[in-house]
Ligand binder design. Structure first.
Ligand code: HEC
Length: 179
């Protein structure tokens, strides 16, 4: 892992303006430092929307009702999570897994493995949706093993290439999504 740049954002002598636009700064800072600096960094909602698309968040998260869901719906995230919790969810996806989105791995008697979210469940079968959005139906009789994985289907490091400005904008955009 790359060494973290020892900057102290809480220290008023640190010139935020001089590093705010530097690409890749987020990946160089500890999560604690990013959370601290976010309090001082100004984000722009419109810019954040661009970052959301450009960084591929849109592949798994929708912000419009009616689009097929792959990860949690983001159109109301600002009403549910604080900006700090949003930032933390992006920086550390495994730290807390959103309800209903824990990753389940099912192995069948005929040696198939499915990894995804359980979207429906009955006495006869379960439905698992993988990260591409594909839904598979697996008969309960055919399940050899079912376990919950402690990992998020959301990869970490997605925001490492961002500048502080871009990350603050991304968080501001999501915080503005109140449904
Ligand atoms: C490969 C799919 C995928 C991509 C790409 C992805 N996410 Fe996620 N995200 C998920 C899944 C699945 C969860 C739910 C599990 C969890 O909480 O970690 C999640 C959870 C979240 C949460 C917490 C939501 C809540 O209600 O608790 C936020 C915020 C979030 N993602 C933002 C982002 C942003 C911003 C990006 C782009 C930088 C992104 N995600 C990219 C799949 C993805």
């Amino acid at each position: 892992m790359a060494a973290k740049t020892p900057i102290k954002p809480a220290d008023p002598t640190v010139d935020l303006a001089s590093i705010a636009a530097r690409k890749g700064q987020i990946g160089k800072m500890s999560i604690e430092d990013v959370l601290l600096i976010l309090k001082r960094a100004k984000g722009e909602v419109a810019k954040g929307k661009e970052v959301f698309t450009r960084q591929g968040c849109i592949v798994c998260h929708t912000t419009e009702k009616g689009q097929p869901l792959k990860g949690p719906f983001m159109g109301q995230v600002g009403a549910v999570l604080s900006p700090e919790q949003i930032a933390e969810s992006i920086l550390k996806p495994n730290a807390s897994i959103s309800q209903g989105f824990s990753t389940v791995q099912v192995t069948t008697r005929d040696q198939k493995v499915y990894v995804g979210f359980v979207t429906a469940q009955s006495a006869e079968a379960i439905e698992i949706r993988d990260i591409t959005g594909k839904v598979s139906r697996v008969k309960v009789d055919n399940i050899k093993e079912r376990k919950e994985l402690d990992i998020s289907m959301m990869p970490g490091g997605l925001s490492d290439a961002l500048s502080i400005e871009e990350f603050a904008s991304l968080v501001a955009f999501l915080a503005s999504q109140k449904g």
